[in-house]
Write a protein that binds this ligand. Sequence first.
Ligand code: ZN
Length: 244
Amino acid sequence: MHPLRLWLMVVAIWLASVSLAAAASLDTAVARYTATSDGQAAYVQAVAAHFGAVDNSASKASSGAADDDGAGRARVERLLRPLAQAAQLEPPLIVVTARDDANTYALPGLIVVHRGLLTLVTDDGELSVLLAHELGHLALDHPVRGIRRSQRALYFTRRAARAKTLGEGAQALVQAALHADLGLHEERAADAWAAALLPRAGITPATAVALWTHLEAAGIPDDTYTHPSYAERKKLYGHALSEP
Ligand SMILES: [Zn+2]
């Protein structure tokens, strides 16, 4: 065999084993921090610490809590429960942060909601449209796939796997999740997933269209590069939801 070919083969095998090891440690980390109660508590705390949440206790959509942000989180839990049920999914972990910007994100097994979003979107139906979109990211495994695609995220995944304590590992997983890139095609897929789910949870097309109109009027940027434009989203949800 030509030395160059042998060298290329060695490099290919090395790359394959590195990405296999990273994929395995990612699955292990996600399972540890989303499926065990100790892991969940550490994960929720790491997310809360990153975003500056007032709420530091682990919570699933099935349980409530009384603290500073209890009312906000209780609302998110109450709205996520029927959506997860309609989709036959485990309710995700939830962190409501003290941030004032109106935003929400999906991390592996967990949905982050900024308090600013809860203040801006006072209509429960409209908030459900956004939560269904985030749940769509989880159902379609986008956060984990986003981590797998990003070298920078894989670096933190390896740190999560080697961490000495649950807290350290949880922090590394949160960093990995924040470095995961979601593409426009994934945003469209989450929108299509949500639009198909919402009628089953009793949300009408008018509510979805009203949400995008409301966010646009409030001057919230539509992030054309990472999310579809408001015009596209109004069309998609309006169309998909009005189909029988
Ligand atoms: Zn999204």
